[in-house]
Design a protein around this ligand. Structure first.
Ligand code: NDP
Length: 295
């Protein structure tokens, strides 16, 4: 298949591109920057889809950039980088001469209300209680195209763990120095997935006839993992202690209260439809995922 990937130059996009190419697919990125095997968002708006059989959108400004203040201007960038890019791709797909085989969007488990006890599947309600949940609703709504000529799927991802990017890249150095620990109380659920698996779920959704709708992108062990469990396992994989908690007030100070929710609270999420659709996780448990990352 020829697959067009918006935001394919990023952390998840690099892993997805590698996986798709290793499976014999051709990949073109939609990017803000010129380069080989790329088109720009302007070209996509002006000229429509290049020749392709499937599309994915991974574009989005990094929400947890500690150097950006959580003000209205940054909130707007966080929203438009996701919703407008998704609208642009969806419009091009809807207007294509020939329907694509599949169209996959990656959003987040921020759709579900943080809770230490509730466990969510893809059928659970959400999407209407805070900035992030409403963002996911708007983002997923922007992806909808009329008719059923193109198979449509949404992967709601947890925290993506992998080498060389994502949230863990900022955590590794304090943990390596023995200065790591849980965030806040550490009791909050920690929904996670290895980057190879988020790429794997997207690839599975692209390739597998009959897979459509929402798929939770979290590992099967994720619903039983708390932030403190994660800190302990990461420290153990590095052979270091994990004694120093990062206090909630410090997290709120750096990220602002609204954004700090992403770190200080969490959701227990199960990949029910993902497993039922036949996806086999490469890293179903945290020790194997972390061993791969720190090795
Ligand atoms: P990255 O931060 O690596 O960004 C992905 C790509 O988005 C970048 O390579 C960039 O492509 C494009 N991008 C960044 N900022 C903007 C902007 N302001 N406007 C338009 N495009 C922009 O993301 P990940 O690979 O980590 O995540 C992929 C998707 O999955 C994102 O939408 C993210 O919200 C979602 N997700 C990620 C999680 C994670 O833990 N990583 C967790 C849950 C969801 P270019 O520079 O080529 O234009």
């Amino acid at each position: 298949m020829r697959v067009l990937v918006g935001g394919g130059t990023g952390f998840v996009g690099v892993a997805l591109t590698q996986l798709l190419r290793s499976r014999g697919h051709e990949v073109t990125h939609v990017s803000r920057h010129p380069g080989p095997d790329r088109i720009s968002w302007d070209e996509l708006s002006r000229s429509g889809l290049p020749p392709c059989d499937a599309a994915v959108n991974l574009a989005g400004e990094n929400v947890l950039n500690p150097l950006r203040r959580w003000d209205d201007a940054f909130r707007r960038v966080v929203v438009t980088s996701r919703v407008e890019t998704t609208k642009t791709l969806a419009k091009a797909i809807a207007e294509a001469e020939r329907p694509l085989r599949a169209w996959v969007l990656v959003t987040g488990v921020g759709y579900y209300r943080p809770s230490p006890t509730a466990e969510y599947t893809e059928e659970s309600p959400g999407g209407d209680f805070d900035f992030f949940s409403r963002l996911v609703s708007a983002w997923e709504a922007a992806a909808k195209i009329p008719g059923d000529g193109t198979r449509q799927a949404v992967v709601r991802s947890g925290v993506v763990l992998g080498k060389g990017g994502g949230a863990i890249s900022q955590m590794l150095w304090p943990f390596r120095l023995g200065l790591g620990g849980p965030v806040g109380s550490g009791l909050q659920p920690f929904p996670w997935i290895h980057v190879r698996d988020v790429a794997g779920v997207v690839c599975h959704a692209l390739e597998t006839e009959g897979v459509h709708g929402v798929l939770n992108g979290v590992s099967p062990a994720s619903s039983g993992t708390s932030n403190a469990d994660f800190a302990r396992e990461l420290a153990s994989a590095l052979g270091r202690p994990a004694l120093l908690p990062l206090p909630g007030w410090a997290v709120r100070g750096v990220f602002g209260s609204e954004r700090a929710v992403m770190l200080l609270e969490g959701q227990r999420v199960a990949p029910k439809r993902t497993l039922e659709s036949g996806y086999c996780f490469v890293y179903p448990d945290l020790p194997s995922a972390l061993q791969d990352i720190v090795s």
